[in-house]
Design a protein around this ligand. Structure first.
Ligand code: 13P
Ligand code: SF4
Length: 302
């Protein structure tokens, strides 16, 4: 029996569902029940009837699924951490609230549970504008991604106070430089540039569309264009090409999130066999963070 078959058997035996982020390696995406962006995976976690969730992604995603569902969440590699999520400690959110009393705090889902527990509402790259616009305040505290703050300032016209000053994704900042994007645009003049809002402002300015990873999948399906330059982690290219075999997708070789790639089929099989590592969020933190996550889910029902 091949490893994928073994995983399927183990999954049935433990009534588990496998959720995978769009940046996971192809073989992990292929064994998953659902692939998606951060918001879509929250929805899939909420809806599942399975007892156990195997989360193939990074720390904050698995934590969020655990908080939302209260179910057992297994992670194939407990070291798969999003560096950006680690850039905003809870203490810094508390300090910002003290400094700006009464100003609502919107945190990107790429934060750890302790920080989420201090937020009024969470957002993802798919619903950020909707969440910020829903707030009855001209000023909003937002963190940790300064590039997403740039996007929000431009699109909502609200005053966005960023915490920390320069939080960012090392992949979208360091490995997707504007210079390479403009070279690619010259090389493929008919291509549509899709960019993630975690990209640098210069890349955002060049983009035809700015969207979450699921948003890019939707655009690639819907637009008549035959060629796309994809300014995000290269793993999205797999799903884009699989779902649109008649179209061409130019991803940036080397734009790799090493943490997303820590999950392998062997580790998925091992965690299903051993029933660990399991995500643990202290109940008091989970209770506070759940309020902010549920508020987002409520706003993004449609
Ligand atoms: P999406 O929610 O758009 O998939 O983004 C998650 C992420 O970590 C991007 O780097
Ligand atoms: Fe975090 Fe960036 Fe990796 Fe997304 S691509 S998980 S933001 S480090």
């Amino acid at each position: 029996m091949g490893i994928a078959e073994e995983i399927k058997k183990l999954k049935v035996e433990s009534n588990a569902v496998i959720l995978a982020h769009n940046y996971q390696v192809p073989e992990v995406q292929d064994v998953a029940d659902f692939c998606g962006d951060s918001l879509d995976l929250c929805r899939k976690a909420e809806k599942t009837g399975a007892d156990t969730i195997v989360f193939c992604g990074v720390d904050f995603m698995a934590e969020t699924a655990s908080i939302l569902t209260g179910k057992k969440v297994l992670v194939p590699d407990a070291d798969a951490r999003c560096p950006m999520a680690g850039m905003l400690p809870a203490v810094q959110v508390r300090e910002a609230k003290k400094k700006h009393p009464g100003i609502p705090v919107v945190l990107y889902i790429n934060t750890l549970a302790e920080a989420k527990a201090e937020a009024d509402v969470i957002c993802t790259s798919a619903n950020m504008l909707e969440v910020i616009n829903s707030l009855d305040s001209d000023t909003v505290i937002f963190g940790p991604d300064s590039n997403m703050a740039y996007f929000a300032r431009k699109k909502t016209k609200k005053n966005i106070i960023t915490i920390p000053e320069a939080g960012h994704c090392i992949v979208h900042r360091g490995l997707i430089p504007a210079k390479r994007i403009s070279e690619m645009l010259k090389l493929h003049p008919a291509a549509i540039l899709l960019a993630h809002p975690e990209c640098e402002p210069e890349v955002q300015e060049m983009a035809h569309h700015i969207a979450s990873t699921n948003g890019m999948l939707k655009l690639a399906r819907a637009l008549p264009a035959k060629e796309f330059i994809v300014a995000t982690e290269e793993g999205l290219g797999y799903r884009l090409s699989k779902e649109n075999p008649d179209k061409k997708f130019y991803v940036l070789a080397g734009a790799v999130c090493r943490n997303m790639k820590k999950t392998t089929l062997e580790k998925v099989r091992e965690c299903l066999t051993r029933k660990e590592p399991q995500v643990f969020v202290p109940p008091d933190i989970a209770k506070k963070a759940r309020r902010a996550i549920e508020r987002m889910m409520e706003l993004s029902k449609g």
